[in-house]
Design a protein around this ligand. Structure first.
Ligand code: ATP
Ligand code: MG
Length: 858
């Protein structure tokens, strides 16, 4: 069991805690100081603030990633919350071969400061799980004993090559050399309010890093976490506060200016904070406006209040009543169960990111996490939407002026309103018809709107925020199968992933080699995979990708990016561009714009680009009149700088030829692979291997299914469906009949009858001999062409041949056309063409299986 509650099990909601504290207009970012995490089913929320140590969701539930929160921001769309972190790594994250460099066994709670400037330090903020406590242990000292298992210890740093002693300085924000220590300003002891706009403004071109931590309840005591800190500011505060420290609860804070200050020194800033006990919060907002580029980060880590708030905190309460938005943050923060301290390091100067194993692993895990998160958020928002509908009045409340919020004397009220305000911003961003303009109003406003503007409020009904349907997540674990038949049924379900793919070893190997070689060489290419339905094309490609991912995780091959689109899941073929772009860059665009951006992306040189493997399933459905979508999919991988491997899957064999009319097909150098229908033996093997020693079928029953399906189509999906249905029938009849209790011939026969008893099958059985022959001819021609469409002329040739085989007089063209027309009028065939002539296009309106079954059963 995992010690940490990960998102797979609980739903989390992330909200900014309070208003933004800074803005980068160039990058269109709004910086925040803290974020509230609500966990479904828990009444208490958690706040993570800058400087705190946090657990970040990864692949391993037991060992989430560890980092220190350096920045929090959202983009101008407001949808994406990003966190910048300083990574810490566990021993298990260090490559196996390098672990021995430690020359001792690691402490079970030991982590290492991760020093790798090439490592991507930006993560999706919604993968943050919770705060965590990290204790610095000096390299010579031994690890403390008897401490909680949840505390992590850091002693050394890992720079991807060696373990080195970690100086506690590294865990502290860098100090501006110009700034004299704040201690010289004399001691001041009071709880620092939440980031003060006054400070922000005065640190116009500087940046403030300000954090606090608490291991107890709030009072005016503050202390630096890292006693060895060389930061004067931190020292000053620490010394002051330590001298007042009692055994009771305390707050620890420290402060630093990280970037070169122009107009103001850090000490001035510090003094501002300390000197302005009451008006601080008030001026914060206004001053913040004037320092949009100030990089600000704050950390406040507090434990839940058990005792009355200290006088200092109460003083802040008073501030809130005077209309200080920042006060609300404090009161909210008081409720947050959080721990540990702050340290900030300026990572602005980090060199360009390059590939690194931990980074890519983290990235991969982040991708998975963010997918899960998106799904959960979708669900969450559905619930929101419902409640919107129920209490529409509440929404108006969201527009309550900040003043009213601030007049609330109760912390709970304040918190609730902050939350609703935050949510409102999110709602506006998500639900607005004109997101851009609304977003700007919401995010750029430093002071909350005073009153809702009823006249300008949109009169039109709201558009649903999420039109995309999603499958609700399972709240309880799936029930374990109770008996053999139930287990067999579960194993035979087409959606269950088979443990192995028998009979596709060669195809697997070929596709694996193809993609692997491209990934290793850093080149691109395209493979065209065709075959009739149910021959394991999609399953094999997925298995290949899974194996390649494993290989890349073990550093056997370079990292690559896998994305998948499916023609079946698109309303319009041009959506392919939109989906590819979105999956690659998380960017939304119109199909035309997306096509242009992709064109640019795959043409531009980028030496450090990782290979992208794109799977295009059900390619047949991406057919457009100009065939440009398919053409591009075949063409992009041929670009020199694309590093793109495209795997296309289709049912039609000659699709590329048909697309490439007038274009140079040979230049594309397609690698082709054809999946043949399964033989009866192969189908039998597939079923047996899927059942995996679950003895649910009688031998001859299994043979019958396999033979039937192999004779019709060789479709494994159909075979699995029949077996599953036969199992169901057997289960239902188990009570009534005596027998082995296994699926037998009678169950299979009943299934076959049931599955092939449509009116079409009856119509085929009742058709005249010539009509039946014509249907046979249609199928023969389809198989010859590898297509699902043929002209009357082509079918007619087959029909005549079949007549001769059957010893019948070959029909004349007009007789043939009459037969074809009759089959068309009873909708067994779909006829396309303005005239009834040789070029009439013929398609089947029933599956080939059904036709063959109907004809064979005679
Ligand atoms: P379509 O063209 O209709 O998309 P496909 O060729 O992609 O069909 P898959 O979806 O890969 O077919 O396979 C259909 C079902 O049959 C899946 O449930 C798959 O797990 C199963 N299957 C196919 N081949 C095998 C195999 N060799 N071993 C085990 N299961 C298989
Ligand atoms: Mg498929």
């Amino acid at each position: 069991m995992s010690r940490y509650i990960t998102r797979l099990r609980v739903r989390r909601t992330y909200r900014w805690h309070g208003a933004p504290v800074g803005e980068d207009r160039k990058l269109k970012r709004l910086y925040h100081e803290s974020m509230t995490i609500s966990v479904e089913g828990r009444t208490e929320n958690t706040t993570v603030s800058l400087g705190q140590y946090i657990l970040i969701e990864g692949e391993d539930d037991d060992n989430p990633f560890v980092g220190q929160l350096l920045k929090l921001y959202n983009d101008d769309s407001g949808k994406k919350k990003t966190a910048v972190v300083q990574w810490y790594v566990r021993m298990c994250e260090i490559p196996q071969t390098k672990r021995k460099l430690l020359c001792r066994d690691p402490h079970p709670q030991e982590i290492f400061y991760y020093l790798d400037h090439s490592c991507d330090n930006e993560v999706d903020a919604e993968t943050i799980l919770s705060p965590v406590q990290i204790e610095y242990v000096s390299p010579e000292a031994s690890f403390p004993e008897g401490k909680s298992k949840d505390i992590l210890f850091v002693k050394l740093l890992w720079d991807t090559k060696t373990f080195r002693a970690l100086s506690s300085d590294r865990m502290q924000p860098p100090l501006s050399p110009k700034s004299p220590p704040p201690s010289s300003r004399g001691p001041r002891a009071r709880v620092l309010p939440t980031p003060d706009p006054t400070v922000m403004k005065r640190a116009v071109s500087g940046a403030v890093t300000w954090g606090s931590m608490s291991t107890g309840k709030i009072n005016s005591e503050a202390e630096s976490l890292h006693s060895a800190s060389k930061l004067s500011a931190a020292k000053a505060l620490s010394a002051r506060r330590r001298s007042r420290a009692t055994s009771g609860p305390h707050v620890r804070k420290k402060l630093d200016l990280c970037s070169p200050s122009k107009n103001m020194t850090r000490d001035d800033v510090l003094e501002e904070i300390l000197d302005e006990p009451k008006g601080a919060g008030k001026t914060l907002t206004s001053k913040l406006n004037t320092s949009p580029t100030g990089r600000i980060s704050i950390s406040i880590r507090l434990t839940p209040l058990k005792e009355p708030i200290s006088p200092a905190a109460q003083e802040n309460d008073e501030e809130s009543k005077t209309g200080t938005p920042s006060r609300r943050k404090v009161s909210t923060a008081l409720k947050e169960p959080t721990l540990t301290a702050l340290a900030e390091e300026d990572h602005e100067d980090s060199p360009v990111q390059t590939d690194a194993t931990p980074r890519s692993k983290r990235k991969a895990a982040q991708v998975v996490s963010s997918r899960i998160r998106k799904q959960l958020n979708l669900l969450k928002n559905k619930v929101d939407l419902q409640s919107d509908g129920e209490d529409g009045e509440d929404d108006d409340d969201c527009f309550l002026p900040a003043k009213i919020d601030l007049q609330s004397s109760s912390d709970e009220d304040a918190e609730a309103k902050i939350d609703s305000e935050d949510e409102l911003v999110v709602k506006r961003r998500r639900g607005s018809r004109t997101p851009r303009s609304t977003e700007k109003t919401c995010t750029s406003a430093r002071t909350p709107r005073k009153t809702p503007n009823k006249t300008t409020a949109p009169a039109t009904p709201r558009t649903p925020r999420h039109a995309t349907p999603s499958i609700p997540s399972r709240s309880a674990p799936a029930r374990k199968p109770g008996n053999v038949l139930e287990e067999a049924r579960a194993r035979l379900h087409v959606s269950s992933v088979p443990e192995s793919l028998p009979c596709r070893e060669q195809e697997f190997q070929d596709i694996y080699n193809f993609v692997e070689s491209k990934v290793i060489d850093g080149t691109g290419g395209c493979m065209y995979i065709s075959g009739v339905p149910g021959t394991g094309k999609t399953a094999t490609v997925h298995e290949v990708i899974r194996s390649l991912h494993l290989a890349s995780e073990q550093d056997e091959i370079p990292q690559f990016r896998f994305i998948e689109i499916n023609g079946m899941k698109m309303t319009d073929p041009h959506q392919a561009y939109v989906q590819i772009l979105q999956k690659l860059t998380d960017q939304k665009a119109t199909p035309d714009h997306a096509a242009a951006l992709l064109e640019k992306r795959f043409s531009a040189p980028a030496p450090k680009k990782e290979t992208t493997v794109l799977l295009v399933d059900e390619l047949d459905l991406l057919w457009t009149r100009k065939q440009n979508v398919m053409y591009n999919l075949f063409d992009w991988p041929t670009r020199r700088n694309a590093r793109l491997v495209v795997l296309t899957i289709a049912n039609t064999m000659d699709l590329p030829e048909r697309i490439m009319i007038n274009r140079v097909a040979s230049r594309l150098g397609l690698t082709r692979m054809s999946f043949q229908p399964y033989t009866f033996k192969q189908l039998q093997q597939i079923i047996t291997s899927r059942l995996n020693r679950v003895k649910a079928f009688e031998e001859d029953a299994l043979q019958l299914v396999s033979r039937k399906v192999a004779a019709l189509s060789g479709d494994a999906r159909r075979c699995l469906d029949i077996c599953r249905r036969a199992t169901e029938i057997c289960e239902h009849s188990a009570g009534q009949q005596k027998g082995s209790g296994l699926v037998g011939m009678s169950h299979v026969m009943e299934t076959l009858d049931e599955m092939f008893s449509s009116s079409y099958i009856t119509a085929i059985r009742c058709a005249s001999l010539q009509e039946q022959l014509f249907l046979r001819a249609v199928i023969a021609e389809f198989r010859r062409l590898g297509l699902e469409e043929a002209t009357f002329q082509q079918v007619f040739v087959q029909h005549q041949a079949l007549c001769r085989v059957e010893g019948l007089q070959p029909a004349s063209v007009s007789e043939g056309l009459a037969v074809c027309q009759r089959l068309g009028s009873c909708r067994l065939l779909l006829l396309e063409g303005s005239r009834l002539d040789l070029l009439l296009r013929i398609r089947l309106n029933v599956s080939q299986d059904d036709v063959l079954y109907a004809l064979k059963a005679d």
